[in-house]
Ligand binder design. Structure first.
Ligand code: ADP
Ligand code: MG
Length: 255
């Protein structure tokens, strides 16, 4: 097909895709359908935000896309690999080699320095960071003079910047961030969002961020909205005002 030669088709290659994903928790009367035949496509090299009310399935979707959790039915295709066909061990290897994570609670190792925390995904795989890439990331996140500090000696914003550098160090196919600014004041949050945006736009890193903050979502290239375990809306080139308006529309039930 002639479309194969179009550069815009190359740019919008798919990083990960969920097809009709169902995930339930519990059984019988207490069963919760956290994902209800959810379909979503995450384009490569772009910054996608996932929004939705509390309990709408955002974290469950992220866990399914990242192979952190099994699903009941449907498919998750990460770079063409169907995660549902992999064993737990194979998923663990795939996560280690192809996915970076940033969590709300930073999750740094307290006994390691900032530099050691950043390098950890590679250390665990028996590899060493590429010095140039390490230097570039450290420079981008502004941690050059904090590398020998341990997490307890860093502010929350600095700790989260270490976590962002750690997520990027192995040049993963995708970085997933679940409420990465949830524990930060707005200035520190802006810095972290700036780095995630830079990673997508300048380093062509695929980034997926779960957030309930409209101004955080406005840093993304695209926002998908979840309600009751499904994607119900999406916005391209979002502004804070457009995100707020969409959320208002969804919560008043005019889907
Ligand atoms: P969100 O991240 O959008 O707040 P979640 O994905 O965490 O939503 O949860 C979706 C639904 O699944 C909610 O009703 C939640 O209570 C339920 N849920 C999530 N995790 C579990 C679990 N481990 N056990 C039981 N129910 C769960
Ligand atoms: Mg959540």
């Amino acid at each position: 097909m002639s479309t194969l030669t179009r550069p815009d088709v190359v740019r919008t290659a798919v990083a990960v895709e969920a097809r009709a994903v169902v995930k339930t928790y519990g059984h019988g009367a207490t069963e919760v359908r956290a994902l209800d035949a959810a379909d979503v496509t995450i384009p490569a090299g772009r910054f996608t935000a996932v929004m939705g009310p509390s309990g709408s399935g955002k974290s469950t979707l992220m866990h399914a896309l990242a192979g952190l959790d099994t699903i009941d039915s449907g498919q998750v295709l990460l770079g063409g690999t169907d995660l549902t066909t992999l064993s737990e061990e194979q998923r663990t290897v795939l996560r280690r080699e192809r996915i970076g994570f940033v969590f709300q609670a930073f999750n740094l190792v307290p006994s390691l320095t900032a530099a050691e925390n950043i390098a950890l995904p590679l250390t665990l795989a028996g590899r060493k960071p590429d010095p140039e890439w390490m230097a570039k990331l450290v420079d981008v996140v502004g941690l050059a003079d904090r590398l020998t500090h341990r997490p307890a000696e860093l502010s929350g914003g600095q700790q989260q910047r270490v976590a962002v550098a750690r997520a990027l160090i192995a040049r993963p196919d995708i970085v997933f961030a679940d409420e990465p600014t949830g524990n930060l004041d707005s200035r520190a949050g802006e810095a972290v969002l700036g780095f995630l945006g830079y990673a997508a736009r300048d380093l062509r890193q695929t980034v997926v961020m779960v957030t309930h903050d409209p101004s955080a979502a406005a840093h993304a290239d695209r926002v998908v909205f979840l309600a009751d375990g499904r994607i119900v809306e999406e916005l391209s080139e979002p502004t804070t005002a457009a995100v707020l308006a969409t959320m208002a529309r969804l919560t008043t039930g005019e889907v």
